[in-house]
Design a protein around this ligand. Structure first.
Ligand code: PEP
Ligand code: MG
Length: 669
């Protein structure tokens, strides 16, 4: 093109994902120049550097070089500006909310309620009543709708910047760039000219673009398909409810109101059929103030990840009708879920919200103090950790009782080296001020795949090769992890524990592997998870050579009740307060030999009422999701364990009966 060129290194995690790409596109467009960009490593391009959709096709990842060719009056200025932008790391802030990845995700309010406009994933906007006009009419509607959507987005960006933060607001720049993308606009215009209706033209164009994003190599860039769908739905919703249509006036007024950032501080409530861990980890907590899951169940890994990030979540809302953009409010504690709440309901919600903030803040203020019950029992309350950020955000944690290493490194395509593991575990220990950490060896399998450890498809993965079982035939990764654990234990009080143990043989094998690497470092103690009912029943014979056991109530419950923890249809059965599960826990506490500590690290420990019951059963260490630690500690401090009749509770007929009784002991009755 007879111009000049420049090459820059892309040195930002996750490469040119939506936000930095939007920055680049916006910058290029502000100059009088034609700029095309090529990915030097993959050879993809050249594409118009002013088009977000085309820039996305470059699959530009961290470490790649981009070549920019520019022509026109401001060619050298634009290249200088691009170089500067690249040198500033595309203005991405490390940590915080950008870029997000499992482990570096921003955290939510830590409350159990939220209000916001519904962001529906994969829900079809209802266009059945849309009546297409001729090409000129459709073009005009399309233009008006785009202008209205852009105005809403600018408004949303401004309010988000004021009320939440600049980093969170910048996601809307990416949305605006998608709305204004020359390649998108050209395709939509051609399609409308050829006789397609405006909604169909936008839908098809954005669906194709979402598919392009979804095919990218980087998991984070792939997630950006969600941004494309969000813009698509904004356009389609506006087209379905055009303000020039008198029938739609009131509905569209409601909708634009609902798109404002609300008093709770976040703009959206994500409504999903089911929540997978990747979505939960990548949700922008500055923008999504809460998640409503149609499927029931609180122990699926997606739900755990979201709750660990302090994102308010309600599960089991079922098939309730929610249209995109409608205001929804929920309170997970009282199991209330409202669509389009009226003034009175909003006012009452705002009151509850304030009360919960006060409750949270008072628990937070005392979070660092030990949890000592009224009758003088100290219970250590530790944090469950799936990321360094989890550890940083675990206010008041007495250490970590569970590091889910398969979650921590779950986005890696290659296994982390021993050194990398040592660095990350060390970082977690530092984030917890050097308090003890508990590294669980890879718990791969079930619903937790590890990209660097592919497993054969199984008919019943939860009952198949999972956790420790995987490694007996292929011990290399397990040995590397033990090497890392041992290195960390040289400096930090470290506990290693093995998941999914059933037999004494397995314990013997794991201990032999550990000891084959040399004498145990001074700071290292060793334990197993009790997740399999058989292990709970024969606990006394399993613990030879062990220092502790930690009960994983999520799996113990699913195996004891034969109810898949991720299957909403049987979520009611998979209830950790089922007296049958409590009897197994009681048995473990009573039958471990003296000197072997009993902890609980399943999610039951994150429920303040259940935590008190576990303490009453004799458990002296609980490991909870970070945001719940202050509340769990506060609940324990208000409790007198001697007043809780555990034998009566174990004899109750159902989880519901135990839960009903728990209300009384939390109030100190
Ligand atoms: C459990 O099963 O309770 C547990 C803590 O492990 P995970 O949830 O990771 O399976
Ligand atoms: Mg488990």
């Amino acid at each position: 093109m007879g111009g000049i060129s420049a090459q820059v290194l892309l040195d930002i995690p996750h490469g040119l994902h939506a936000r930095p790409a939007a920055k680049l596109v916006g910058l290029v467009r502000s100059f009088e120049a034609q700029v095309v960009v090529t990915n030097v490593e993959t050879g993809k391009g050249p594409v118009d550097a002013g088009s977000l959709s085309l820039v996305a096709t470059l699959n530009a990842r961290q470490g790649h070089h981009l070549r920019f060719d520019a022509s026109g009056p401001q060619a050298s200025d634009v290249l200088a500006a691009v170089r500067e932008l690249a040198a500033r790391g595309f203005d991405e802030t490390p940590g915080g909310t950008a870029p997000r990845e499992p482990g570096l995700a921003a955290n939510g309010s830590g409350l159990d309620l939220a209000i916001g406009s519904a962001l529906l994933v994969d829900a079809e906007v209802d266009l059945t009543e849309y009546e297409p006009g001729d090409a000129a009419t459709e073009r005009e509607r399309s233009e008006q709708t785009r202008a209205k959507a852009a105005e809403d987005l600018r408004d949303l960006r401004k309010r988000t910047a004021e009320q939440v933060g600049a980093a969170e607001a910048s996601i809307f720049d990416a949305h605006l760039a998608l709305l204004d993308d020359p390649a998108v606009l050209a395709t939509v215009a051609q399609s409308i000219a050829a006789g397609t209706s405006a909604p169909e033209a936008w839908r098809a164009t954005y669906d194709e673009l979402a598919a392009t994003f979804a095919a990218l190599d980087d998991a984070y860039q792939r997630e950006r398909a969600q941004d494309v769908r969000s813009v698509r739905d904004r356009i389609l919703t506006n087209l379905a409810n055009r303000p020039d249509d008198p029938l739609n006036e009131s509905r569209s007024a409601d909708r634009s109101d609902s798109q404002l950032v609300n008093a709770v501080g976040a703009a959206e409530v994500l409504v999903v059929a089911e929540l997978d861990a990747a979505t939960a980890a990548s949700v922008d907590a500055g923008r999504v103030g809460g998640i409503a899951v149609r499927a029931a169940g609180m122990t699926g890994h997606g739900v755990i990840v979201a709750r660990s990030r302090g994102i308010p979540l309600i599960a089991g809302i079922g098939a309730v009708d929610v249209s995109p953009g409608a205001v929804v409010a929920f309170d997970a504690r009282t199991r209330m879920f409202l669509v389009d709440p009226d003034e009175a309901a909003r006012a009452s919600f705002a009151k509850t919200y304030e009360a919960r903030i006060a409750e949270r803040d008072s628990a937070l203020a005392e979070a660092d103090l030990p949890a000592v019950t009224i009758d003088g029992q100290t219970v250590h309350v530790m944090a469950n950790v799936g990321s360094i950020e989890d550890a940083r955000a675990a206010f008041g944690a007495d250490g970590s009782g569970l590091i889910r290493t398969e979650v921590l490194f779950g986005d890696r395509r290659e296994a982390p080296s021993v050194d990398e593991q040592v660095a990350v575990y060390g970082e977690i220990a530092r984030a917890l001020d050097g308090r003890p950490i508990t590294i669980r060896t890879w718990d791969v399998g079930g619903d937790k795949p590890l990209p660097f450890l592919p497993l054969p498809t199984e008919a019943n993965p939860f009952l198949g090769e999972r956790g420790l079982r995987v490694f007996r035939r292929r011990p290399e990764l397990f040995r590397d992890q033990l090497r890392a654990v041992r290195a960390v234990a040289e400096h930090t009080q470290t506990r290693v524990m093995f998941p999914m143990v059933t037999t004494i043989d397995e314990v013997g094998w794991a201990l032999a592997e550990l000891d084959a690497l040399g004498p145990r470092p001074h700071g290292l103690t060793v334990g197993i998870m009790v997740e399999v009912p058989a292990a709970a029943l024969r606990i006394s014979s399993l613990v030879g050579g062990l220092d502790f056991v930690s009960i994983g109530t999520n799996d113990l419950t699913q195996y004891a009740t034969a109810a898949d923890r991720g299957n909403g249809a049987v979520a009611e059965l998979a209830d950790g307060l089922d007296p049958a599960v409590l009897q197994l826990i009681d048995r473990v506490v009573r039958n471990v030999p003296n000197g072997v500590e009993v902890a609980v690290c399943g999610d039951l420990a994150s429920d303040p009422a259940a935590a008190v019951l576990l303490a009453a059963l004799g458990v002296r260490e609980l490991s909870a999701i970070g945001p719940q630690i202050p509340a769990v500690k506060a609940g324990l401090r208000q409790s007198d364990l001697t007043t809780i009749n555990t034998s009566a509770l174990l004899a109750l007929p159902s989880a519901g009966a135990v839960r009903a009784a728990s209300v009384a002991w939390l109030r100190g009755a």
